[in-house]
Design a protein around this ligand. Structure first.
Ligand SMILES: *Cc1c(COP(=O)(O)O)cnc(C)c1O
Length: 409
């Protein structure tokens, strides 16, 4: 089928919940992808911060393929070797003692919220501590609970009544957090180390450490949503490492499986009690697909390949290089782009006009970029991206801006 035929078919058979860019992609290699018409695109989105190893990475492909030939799914009625080894691989690289696997970022956050509620109720003997504290501008997913904790009203429209018992406080504001936590009504606070979907917002230094202190003082569970910042995206294994602080619970998904869907809740021994089955009690939390051997083999491969290829270091260097180049564009086009921010290979360019116009024009010129927040164009390329590719990306953005995109209307 031609690209036009496929687009017409999509128009008939797919739910029109969103409006994808009008290209049908069918092949990828490294930082490049191709549509069915044979047009090539430089991929600066990596499937929304997912494909850190790029597309069709040979070693990743080999390992996933070999798992596919051995065992794909067996349920959690039994252990499987890949799940145990994937948990060990995360524990070895993080603060965590235990890991629960699921299938997406939203589902990981659901698990973390359930852990916090049940921890307070069953372990801490404080069943009245039910409130969930989240932040304005956050993004945590699309399920009923995670959309309700998401601090952006546009995602709530039409879905009321929302899950209640949730309070949104200003992001980066420790005074607000102090007020929210001091009454000890909250079971947990959930924050992103960098608000990614909200517009690549980096909190002030000391914010995460301040939250840690507040949570220690008040017995509140500290959850870091590392679904986007985790697994190397910021140049460290996890985004919170930049602030030298650890949470009680961390959620992962996007980058963990290299494109194979997987989510994880990583936690301390103490927090783990929140979802531990009591003797003779019911199973407090579980999932059919979570921790299946295929997804877990993918995660092990991602973690080991990041290490073997020295990609954390490379993300830091490439991120600094890209950040510098984007800052040059801010000086060149002050009427179009007003700033740049981010960490590692999670970078945002703040646009004066419509960011979607910039991403659409960039795609027409052969580059994939995504929008974050109301006025930010996001760069989240594969970790393996090379200097010439970053130069090409900045060159395309420059020509898009030179043609007038991004200008305040
Ligand atoms: C993408 C994202 C989610 C939701 O993940 P899904 O896999 O789409 O459910 C949650 N939190 C953050 C920070 C995200 O970036």
């Amino acid at each position: 089928m031609t690209q036009a035929d496929l687009l017409a078919l999509a128009d008939q058979v797919l739910l029109k919940n969103n409006k994808p860019q009008p290209v049908v992609l069918s092949k990828g290699r490294g930082c490049e992808v191709w549509d069915v018409a044979g047009n090539r695109y430089l991929d600066m989105t990596a499937g929304i911060a997912v494909c850190g190893l790029g597309h069709s990475h040979p070693e990743f492909t080999r390992r996933v393929q070999s798992q596919l030939e051995r065992l794909v799914h067996i349920s959690n009625l039994y252990y499987n070797d890949q799940q145990i080894q994937a948990a060990k691989a995360i524990v070895d690289r993080s603060f965590a003692d235990r890991v629960f696997f699921c299938n997406s970022g939203a589902e990981a956050n659901e698990g973390a919220l359930k852990l916090a509620r049940r921890y307070q109720s069953v372990v801490a003997g404080a069943p009245q501590r039910t409130k969930i504290i989240s932040t304005v501008g956050s993004f945590h997913g699309r399920t009923f609970a995670t959309v309700a904790i998401t601090g952006q009203p546009k995602y709530h429209e039409g879905f009321g009544p929302l899950v209640d018992g949730i309070e949104h406080i200003a992001y980066g504001d420790l005074d607000a957090a102090t007020k929210a936590l001091e009454g000890r009504h909250a079971c947990c606070i959930i924050v992103e180390p960098i608000q990614a979907e909200g517009g690549i917002i980096v909190p002030p230094p000391g914010y995460l450490a301040g939250l840690r202190r507040l949570c220690d003082d008040t017995g509140t569970i500290l959850i870091f949503d590392e679904v986007q910042t985790g697994v190397g995206r910021t140049g460290r294994w996890f985004g919170h490492e930049h602030d030298d602080v650890t949470p009680d619970v961390m959620t992962l998904a996007k980058g963990l499986g290299g494109g194979v869907p997987i989510g994880a809740v990583a936690m301390t021994e103490k927090a783990a009690l929140g979802l531990t089955q009591a003797a003779g009690g019911a199973v407090p939390h579980a999932t059919t697909f979570g921790g299946n051997p295929l997804a877990c083999a993918s995660a092990i491969a991602v973690l080991e390949i990041i290490e073997a290829e020295g990609l954390l270091e490379r993300v830091t260097q490439s991120g600094e290089y890209l950040g510098g180049k984007l800052a040059e564009l801010v000086r060149e086009f002050p009427g179009h782009v007003t700033g740049t921010r981010g960490r590692g290979l999670l970078r945002g360019v703040v646009v004066a006009g419509a960011p979607a116009q910039v991403t659409a024009k960039a795609r027409e010129k052969g580059m994939l970029l995504s929008v974050a927040g109301s006025n930010v164009v996001r760069f989240a390329p594969p970790f393996i991206v090379e200097r010439p590719q970053l130069d090409e990306a900045v060159g395309i953005l420059r020509s898009v801006l030179a043609e007038g995109a991004g200008k305040a209307s």
